[in-house]
Design a protein around this ligand. Structure first.
Ligand SMILES: Cc1cc2nc3c(=O)[nH]c(=O)nc-3n(C[C@H](O)[C@H](O)[C@H](O)COP(=O)(O)O)c2cc1C
Length: 337
């Protein structure tokens, strides 16, 4: 049995965590995932340099709602001083903890020595964490990858250094920077890290896309928490179904269209509430396909939804679609009976 770790007052054991995702994990999406059972949610990453420049757009990303706690606000950058300054700014927004991004693989980030680029310099990475830990009062967690490329996987050393530097938890996306999001996440590194890092929780990330995946991750690796990213897009229900599955080995929910449509409409309303009609309504278009994915004629319905101009039109279309699907299902069942 693993230790029960704490970040602040939060007990970390078998937790389900919503991964930070740029342009996805905004307040409305986080609130929906929280309602569905996510134990911890993360904001998308925010650039330290932009925060220091007082960028209004970046400040907007720091807004949080008390309902979604515990929440981590995530920052990234390659310069230690700027990271310390931005952590102090972020602290004023009162997240439960601040997460440092040491995992982003995209060129525009790594070329500034930020994100996964820090994996090439584990000592600088540890110094960065330590400087931030010593400058703010709330806990500091980190999210990283197993290594830069397959020939330089040093996650055991990196994790140990981070523990010594004062990190309160380490989330590990079990791919190298070289892999980006391709190939398979190699969870076996979590077992290895757990042998070296005994005092803080290790959060497994990468390719957990179903309740079965999450159970396998806990069973096979002894991780303290599982972080879900892409698996929650269009499927925030994954947190609830995974909890059920971990508790009693059952999933008593079959992708019910009614709940999907209700949640989609609730998510749309939240988006409008937090971003205003114009932005909230238009930006939401990217979510429709996720909510109706896998159902009959979904592509056709999505095409109609993405050109609509009012909530009423969207609501009517979705409710009619639900009726159609339920009617089709009952006709099919009658035929089978
Ligand atoms: C659209 C998208 C945006 C992402 N943005 C961030 C980010 O802002 N910060 C971060 O640490 N990781 C980010 N990631 C990486 C995810 O947090 C996660 O590590 C990765 O998707 C692997 O987990 P998964 O297999 O559960 O999706 C992003 C991933 C996606 C798909």
């Amino acid at each position: 049995m693993n230790n029960v770790y704490k970040i602040k007052n939060l007990e970390i054991r078998n937790c389900l965590v919503l991964a930070p995702m740029e342009a996805v994990t905004d307040i409305p999406f986080r609130l929906i995932c929280k309602k569905m059972g996510a134990d911890i949610v993360y904001s998308e990453f925010v650039a330290s340099e932009a925060l220091i420049r007082d960028s209004v757009k970046s400040y907007a990303k720091l807004r949080i709602s008390d309902v979604e706690r515990p929440i981590a606000l995530q920052i990234f950058g390659g310069n230690i001083e700027s990271m310390v300054e931005s952590a102090k700014i972020v602290e004023r927004f009162e997240p439960d903890f601040i997460d440092i991004n040491y995992g982003c693989w995209v060129s525009k980030v790594v070329k500034n020595d930020a994100g996964a680029a820090l994996l090439k310099n584990p000592q600088k990475m540890a110094d960065m964490t330590n400087s931030i830990v010593n400058s703010i009062k709330i806990p500091v967690t980190i999210k990283t990858r197993i290594g830069w490329d397959k020939n330089s996987i040093e996650i055991e050393k990196v994790a140990k250094l981070q523990e010594e530097a004062g990190a309160s938890a380490i989330a590990i996306h079990c791919r190298t920077r070289e892999q980006g999001i391709s190939g398979k996440a190699d969870w076996s590194w979590i077992n290895k890290v757990k042998e070296h890092v005994k005092n803080i929780p290790i959060i497994l990330n990468g390719d957990v896309a179903s309740p079965e995946d999450a159970k396998r991750a806990f069973d096979e690796t002894g991780c303290d928490a599982v972080m879900i990213g892409r698996g929650a897009i269009g499927n925030p229900f994954i947190f609830r179904t995974t909890k059920q599955f971990l508790e009693n080995g059952e999933i008593d929910w079959k992708n019910a269209i009614g709940e999907r449509i209700d949640t989609c409409l609730e998510h749309l309303q939240l988006n409008i509430e937090y971003k205003g009609f114009k932005r909230g309504f238009t930006e939401f278009r990217k979510h429709y396909s996720g909510y109706i994915k896998g159902f009959r004629n979904a592509a056709h319905v999505r095409q109609k939804l993405v050109v609509m101009e009012s909530v009423e039109e969207v609501r009517d279309t979705l409710l009619n679609y639900m009726e159609e699907l339920l009617k089709f299902e009952s006709e099919q069942n009658e035929r089978i009976d």
